[in-house]
Write a protein that binds this ligand. Structure first.
Ligand SMILES: N[C@@H](CCC[C@H](N)C(=O)O)C(=O)O
Length: 270
């Protein structure tokens, strides 16, 4: 099976072009290709498929095989792949996701997409602002935001000192979140700049999470901490998030998308 490895600020996935390939068990394949020792190594698997309602369709599977509704860094890479590989021959187009149809704008350079802006739609507030939660005997305040997929945003004064490997699973699997949750830890630098670490549902700590950055920008503006356009610094790079709160209500994410390499694997070897 042919694959392409792509990353958006270090959030890396194995992409399969399902216009040409067919995948029988994507959950199982996601677990196998994501393994960083016995597989290709990635935060999960993304299928780029034909769509009856948009220009193409994205299906996204975490490293543990669970399917998510949305992936912000993933959809920018889907946009780049579709544009660079001529699946779609225009610089603005629609991608069907499990969270609805998302509109993409490609910034090309020398015929290749270098940056993609995604209209992530209207966020949904899923908690009180803020809501109290007790995790492993300690009280925390979080703001719940859905970007199609679930996020819980926490504020801290020093995110670098967090032991996410130890703490992450307790936040992800807390009984408050029966579907589990993505968890963002935010340090506010100023009204236009925040720093973030993320513990992703189904994949653990990743270098970046696009929908998580969007949820964090919305939570930060909502709670009066920042303005409606912020730069979000993540482990693997920066994203710009704009929430058009007083207009369409939509959230827009802009950032890079990179193709790392292409290859072929024999599934029986994974
Ligand atoms: N890294 C992604 C989000 C991937 C899905 C997430 N782990 C979930 O289960 O919802 C992003 O860039 O948004």
């Amino acid at each position: 099976m042919k694959f392409t490895k792509m990353q958006g600020i270090g959030n890396d996935y194995v992409y399969i072009n399902c216009f040409e390939e067919s995948v029988e068990d994507p959950a199982e394949l996601a677990r196998k290709v994501s393994d960083r020792h016995f597989g290709i190594g990635s935060d999960g698997l993304i299928l780029i498929c034909p769509s009856e309602t948009a220009d193409c369709r994205m299906r996204m599977f975490n490293a543990d095989g669970s399917e998510s509704q949305m992936c912000g860094n993933g959809i920018r890479c889907v946009g780049k792949y579709a544009y660079d590989h001529y699946l779609v021959e225009k610089t603005e187009f629609d991608v069907e996701t499990e969270a609805g149809i998302k509109h993409l704008k490609i910034k090309p350079e020398h015929g290749r997409a270098v940056e993609v802006t995604v209209d992530l739609g209207v966020p949904e507030i899923t908690s009180q602002v803020p809501e109290l939660i007790c995790v492993e005997g300690k009280d925390y305040e979080f703001i719940g935001i859905s970007m199609g997929n679930p996020h819980a945003v926490y504020y801290m004064s020093d995110i670098d000192s967090l032991d996410l490997l130890a703490m992450g699973p307790s936040f992800e699997n807390h009984k408050r979140f029966p579907e589990r949750t993505n968890t963002e830890f935010i340090e506010v630098v100023n009204r236009d700049y925040i720093r973030m670490r993320v513990w992703e549902r189904g994949s653990g700590e990743t270098y970046a999470c696009g929908t998580g950055a969007a949820a964090s920008a919305v939570a930060s503006a909502l709670s009066g901490r920042t303005s409606h356009t912020v730069e979000v610094e993540l482990k693997g790079g920066n994203l710009t998030i704009h929430w058009d709160r007083d207009g369409s209500g939509h959230v827009f994410m802009t950032g890079p998308a990179v193709e790392v390499f292409e290859g072929e694997f024999d599934i029986t070897n994974l």
